[in-house]
Design a protein around this ligand. Sequence first.
Ligand SMILES: Cc1ncc(COP(=O)(O)O)c(C=O)c1O
Length: 412
Amino acid sequence: MDKPSRRELDWNAIRDDFPILRERAHGHPLIYFDNAATTQKPRAVLEALRNYYEHNNANVHRGLHELSSRATEAYEKSRERVAQYLGAASPDEIVFTRGTTESINLVAQAWGGKFLRADDVILLTEMEHHSNLVPWQLLAERTGARLRFVPVRDDGTLELDRLPSLLNEEVKLFAFTHVSNSLGTINPVAELCQKARAVGALTVIDAAQSGGHLPFNVQEIGCDFLAISGHKMCAPTGSGALYGRAEVLEAMPPWHGGGEMIVSVTLEKSTFKKAPHRFEAGTPNIAGAIGLAAAMDYLDEIGRPEIFAHDAKLTEYAIERMADLPGLRVLGPAEKRGAIVGFVMDAAHPHDLTTFADQRGLALRGGHHCNQPLMKKFGLPGTTRASFYFYNTTEEIDRMIDILRDAARFFA
Ligand SMILES: Cc1ncc(COP(=O)(O)O)c(C=O)c1O
């Protein structure tokens, strides 16, 4: 994409940056509305990967040769870029990981293993993705800590008036999602962090669904940890990062042992590097880190506020049009929501509906979306989910509405 000024943004030209969007599925033009699961990749990211492998590929940190220096420089520059993108105070606060799941497991094992005691409380919410639930369950089993949950209301928002009784001094850690992957709810993360700080609890934000969609800054939010997944924000699969506030990260022991993370090793004992390298054992996903930085450049060239506004328009348009469809109910709040529309259709099970749509070239997602407890709470086997990104169009949404109308007739 040529650098557009904000006034000149041409969303159709931006769409052309994504070669895959010209694919056909089952003989129909592809409509890709599964962006909450993974986004597509622009040419700029594909070229950054290609350039790395064609010109700079070598292992980082250990080699005393030209290519290793280039790879190391590109890798560490990517760390600086991620720090800048997230608003971290220093690149040392950025650990490269495989994504949100690995980032949260890192915190649970390294921080939780050292600092959590029996009967301490980990506060979560009922809307967490399994990635921000199961690692805490495993930790609770190991340590004897207890889990507590902020309930979700029927409208998909958190019952924040319950916080005073839930978030007390027993709570050592409060982990919550920024944007719900099933309901689209945007949580007031800065307010939640401030309330957690007031009782001395650390905070973990699951930013899997906000990293590429919302403009934010970790220092302004005031969180201790924040996790992102590269593949949900135009970067390669297997890329991602954990932000950890310097003081907290430095106090944590390693979680994986191996090469790269040590200072010295004897047969009996090892000493470890400072953060973040202490948390990056083994050969990292060098190309992934470089691709993540390229994706961040790409997103910032468009502008995160512009992306958010464009996503919001698409979502509003979709919800408005879906209101005309009989027997269809959209979940989640009426306002303050991300580009995620989960819905149920009386006539069809989400899996049948998703298959029906797929046969017409429309990629939706049907199921529990790694939110089984939330689905159970709502008494649903699952939902169908359309999730948008800035390269989607209102014409594609119109086509989805036609397909959903046909489905309602077909399954009636
Ligand atoms: C809210 C949320 N958290 C965590 C994850 C897990 O992300 P990953 O699979 O990239 O680790 C997802 C993925 O869908 C998500 O939507």
